[in-house]
Design a protein. Structure first.
Ligand SMILES: [Fe+2]
Ligand SMILES: [Fe+2]
Length: 214
Protein backbone atom coordinates (compact mmCIF):
# COMPACT_ATOMS: atom_id res chain seq x y z
CA UNK A 1 0.00 0.00 0.00
CA UNK A 2 1.26 3.48 -0.85
CA UNK A 3 2.05 5.87 1.96
CA UNK A 4 1.30 9.60 1.87
CA UNK A 5 5.02 10.20 1.42
CA UNK A 6 5.25 7.83 -1.56
CA UNK A 7 2.32 9.58 -3.24
CA UNK A 8 3.80 12.97 -2.50
CA UNK A 9 7.22 12.06 -3.92
CA UNK A 10 5.63 10.58 -7.03
CA UNK A 11 3.56 13.72 -7.56
CA UNK A 12 6.65 15.90 -7.08
CA UNK A 13 8.92 14.12 -9.55
CA UNK A 14 6.25 14.54 -12.24
CA UNK A 15 6.13 18.33 -11.84
CA UNK A 16 9.48 20.03 -12.61
CA UNK A 17 8.59 23.35 -10.99
CA UNK A 18 7.49 21.61 -7.78
CA UNK A 19 10.49 19.33 -7.97
CA UNK A 20 12.87 22.33 -7.98
CA UNK A 21 11.09 23.80 -4.97
CA UNK A 22 11.23 20.43 -3.20
CA UNK A 23 15.00 20.21 -3.71
CA UNK A 24 15.39 23.79 -2.53
CA UNK A 25 13.26 23.07 0.55
CA UNK A 26 15.32 20.01 1.45
CA UNK A 27 18.47 22.09 0.91
CA UNK A 28 17.16 24.73 3.32
CA UNK A 29 16.37 22.09 5.95
CA UNK A 30 19.82 20.48 5.58
CA UNK A 31 21.42 23.90 5.86
CA UNK A 32 19.41 24.66 9.00
CA UNK A 33 20.62 21.36 10.49
CA UNK A 34 24.23 22.03 9.54
CA UNK A 35 24.14 25.50 11.08
CA UNK A 36 22.61 24.12 14.27
CA UNK A 37 25.35 21.50 14.59
CA UNK A 38 28.01 24.15 13.97
CA UNK A 39 26.46 26.46 16.55
CA UNK A 40 26.49 23.72 19.19
CA UNK A 41 30.14 22.78 18.63
CA UNK A 42 32.38 23.32 21.63
CA UNK A 43 35.03 25.89 20.61
CA UNK A 44 37.83 23.75 22.05
CA UNK A 45 36.64 20.19 22.57
CA UNK A 46 34.78 19.59 19.30
CA UNK A 47 35.72 16.16 17.95
CA UNK A 48 36.14 14.63 14.51
CA UNK A 49 32.66 13.03 14.47
CA UNK A 50 30.92 16.33 15.05
CA UNK A 51 33.08 18.17 12.49
CA UNK A 52 32.35 15.44 9.96
CA UNK A 53 28.65 15.57 10.69
CA UNK A 54 28.45 19.35 10.23
CA UNK A 55 30.55 19.16 7.04
CA UNK A 56 28.31 16.44 5.57
CA UNK A 57 25.08 18.29 6.38
CA UNK A 58 26.49 21.42 4.71
CA UNK A 59 27.41 19.25 1.72
CA UNK A 60 23.83 17.93 1.54
CA UNK A 61 22.51 21.50 1.45
CA UNK A 62 24.97 22.38 -1.31
CA UNK A 63 24.40 19.18 -3.31
CA UNK A 64 20.58 19.46 -3.23
CA UNK A 65 20.84 23.07 -4.35
CA UNK A 66 23.13 22.00 -7.19
CA UNK A 67 20.70 19.28 -8.28
CA UNK A 68 18.12 21.98 -9.07
CA UNK A 69 20.36 22.90 -12.01
CA UNK A 70 19.79 19.46 -13.55
CA UNK A 71 16.09 20.27 -13.82
CA UNK A 72 16.11 24.00 -14.48
CA UNK A 73 19.20 26.19 -14.37
CA UNK A 74 17.29 29.37 -13.49
CA UNK A 75 15.09 28.04 -10.73
CA UNK A 76 15.13 28.77 -6.98
CA UNK A 77 18.21 31.00 -6.60
CA UNK A 78 17.61 31.65 -2.88
CA UNK A 79 15.66 30.36 0.11
CA UNK A 80 13.05 33.12 -0.27
CA UNK A 81 9.51 31.85 0.53
CA UNK A 82 8.40 31.91 -3.11
CA UNK A 83 11.09 29.32 -3.94
CA UNK A 84 10.14 26.91 -1.13
CA UNK A 85 7.38 24.43 -0.37
CA UNK A 86 5.55 25.13 2.90
CA UNK A 87 8.12 27.83 3.81
CA UNK A 88 6.98 28.38 7.39
CA UNK A 89 6.73 24.73 8.37
CA UNK A 90 10.00 23.95 6.57
CA UNK A 91 11.88 26.79 8.20
CA UNK A 92 10.71 26.10 11.75
CA UNK A 93 10.50 22.30 11.85
CA UNK A 94 13.97 21.88 13.32
CA UNK A 95 13.73 24.78 15.78
CA UNK A 96 10.40 23.49 17.04
CA UNK A 97 11.80 20.01 17.46
CA UNK A 98 14.74 21.41 19.40
CA UNK A 99 12.41 23.28 21.76
CA UNK A 100 10.14 20.24 22.24
CA UNK A 101 13.09 17.94 23.03
CA UNK A 102 14.62 20.47 25.47
CA UNK A 103 11.26 20.68 27.26
CA UNK A 104 11.12 16.90 27.42
CA UNK A 105 14.63 16.74 28.94
CA UNK A 106 13.83 19.44 31.48
CA UNK A 107 11.27 17.10 33.02
CA UNK A 108 14.11 14.71 33.88
CA UNK A 109 15.57 14.68 37.39
CA UNK A 110 19.00 16.21 38.00
CA UNK A 111 19.44 17.63 34.53
CA UNK A 112 22.15 20.27 34.24
CA UNK A 113 22.76 22.67 31.38
CA UNK A 114 25.62 20.74 29.79
CA UNK A 115 23.72 17.45 29.90
CA UNK A 116 20.63 19.06 28.46
CA UNK A 117 22.56 20.59 25.56
CA UNK A 118 24.28 17.34 24.76
CA UNK A 119 21.10 15.30 25.15
CA UNK A 120 19.11 17.67 22.96
CA UNK A 121 21.74 17.55 20.22
CA UNK A 122 21.87 13.75 20.24
CA UNK A 123 18.12 13.16 20.47
CA UNK A 124 17.12 15.79 17.90
CA UNK A 125 19.75 14.50 15.50
CA UNK A 126 18.69 10.89 16.08
CA UNK A 127 15.02 11.66 15.36
CA UNK A 128 15.96 13.57 12.21
CA UNK A 129 18.22 10.81 10.95
CA UNK A 130 15.44 8.23 11.41
CA UNK A 131 13.19 10.49 9.34
CA UNK A 132 15.88 11.21 6.75
CA UNK A 133 16.31 7.49 6.21
CA UNK A 134 12.62 7.10 5.34
CA UNK A 135 12.27 10.34 3.41
CA UNK A 136 15.32 10.09 1.15
CA UNK A 137 14.72 6.37 0.57
CA UNK A 138 11.14 6.98 -0.59
CA UNK A 139 12.20 9.99 -2.66
CA UNK A 140 14.95 7.95 -4.36
CA UNK A 141 12.41 5.25 -5.29
CA UNK A 142 10.23 7.90 -6.93
CA UNK A 143 13.29 9.23 -8.79
CA UNK A 144 14.19 5.72 -9.97
CA UNK A 145 10.59 5.27 -11.14
CA UNK A 146 10.92 8.11 -13.64
CA UNK A 147 14.63 7.51 -14.39
CA UNK A 148 15.34 11.00 -13.18
CA UNK A 149 18.67 12.78 -13.72
CA UNK A 150 18.49 13.63 -10.03
CA UNK A 151 19.65 11.17 -7.38
CA UNK A 152 20.24 11.37 -3.63
CA UNK A 153 22.10 8.09 -3.09
CA UNK A 154 25.21 9.74 -1.65
CA UNK A 155 23.05 11.56 0.90
CA UNK A 156 21.31 8.31 1.89
CA UNK A 157 24.68 6.64 2.54
CA UNK A 158 25.89 9.49 4.75
CA UNK A 159 22.60 9.74 6.68
CA UNK A 160 22.85 6.01 7.48
CA UNK A 161 26.31 6.67 8.93
CA UNK A 162 24.97 9.56 11.02
CA UNK A 163 22.20 7.37 12.46
CA UNK A 164 24.72 4.72 13.55
CA UNK A 165 26.94 7.39 15.14
CA UNK A 166 23.99 8.86 17.03
CA UNK A 167 22.99 5.43 18.34
CA UNK A 168 26.51 4.84 19.67
CA UNK A 169 26.72 8.28 21.27
CA UNK A 170 23.26 7.94 22.83
CA UNK A 171 24.25 4.60 24.39
CA UNK A 172 27.15 6.39 26.09
CA UNK A 173 24.90 9.30 27.08
CA UNK A 174 22.27 7.25 28.91
CA UNK A 175 21.72 3.51 29.35
CA UNK A 176 17.97 4.16 28.98
CA UNK A 177 18.56 6.04 25.72
CA UNK A 178 15.99 4.09 23.72
CA UNK A 179 13.08 5.35 25.83
CA UNK A 180 14.27 8.95 25.39
CA UNK A 181 14.88 8.41 21.68
CA UNK A 182 11.40 6.95 21.15
CA UNK A 183 9.87 9.96 22.91
CA UNK A 184 11.92 12.32 20.73
CA UNK A 185 10.72 10.45 17.63
CA UNK A 186 7.10 10.85 18.73
CA UNK A 187 7.61 14.60 19.13
CA UNK A 188 9.25 14.68 15.71
CA UNK A 189 6.38 12.74 14.17
CA UNK A 190 3.87 15.44 15.07
CA UNK A 191 6.01 18.13 13.45
CA UNK A 192 6.71 15.96 10.45
CA UNK A 193 3.00 15.26 9.94
CA UNK A 194 2.27 19.01 9.98
CA UNK A 195 5.11 19.61 7.53
CA UNK A 196 4.12 16.88 5.09
CA UNK A 197 0.50 18.05 5.18
CA UNK A 198 1.56 21.61 4.38
CA UNK A 199 3.84 20.45 1.55
CA UNK A 200 1.14 18.16 0.11
CA UNK A 201 -1.39 21.00 0.18
CA UNK A 202 0.95 23.08 -2.00
CA UNK A 203 1.93 20.31 -4.36
CA UNK A 204 -1.73 19.55 -4.94
CA UNK A 205 -2.93 17.06 -7.52
CA UNK A 206 -2.33 14.30 -5.00
CA UNK A 207 -5.85 13.00 -5.21
CA UNK A 208 -5.52 13.05 -9.00
CA UNK A 209 -2.26 11.11 -9.12
CA UNK A 210 -3.08 7.73 -10.67
CA UNK A 211 -1.99 4.91 -8.36
CA UNK A 212 -0.28 3.13 -11.27
CA UNK A 213 2.03 6.04 -11.93
CA UNK A 214 5.72 5.17 -11.41
FE1 LIG B 1 21.59 15.53 5.83
FE1 LIG C 1 22.49 13.61 8.79
Amino acid sequence: MKTALTELCQAIVHQPEMHCKWLNTLSLMENTGARKISASEHPVHVDLTMLKHAAEEFRHAFYLKKLIGRLDTNSCPTYAPEYLLAPRASRFYLHQLDIAVCRMLLQEDRIDRARMQKGAYLLVTYAIEVRADELYGTYQQALDGVQSRVNVKSIIAEEEGHLEEMQQLLQQFDPAWKTLADRACRLEEQLYNNWIEAVAAEVGHLADTPTTVQ
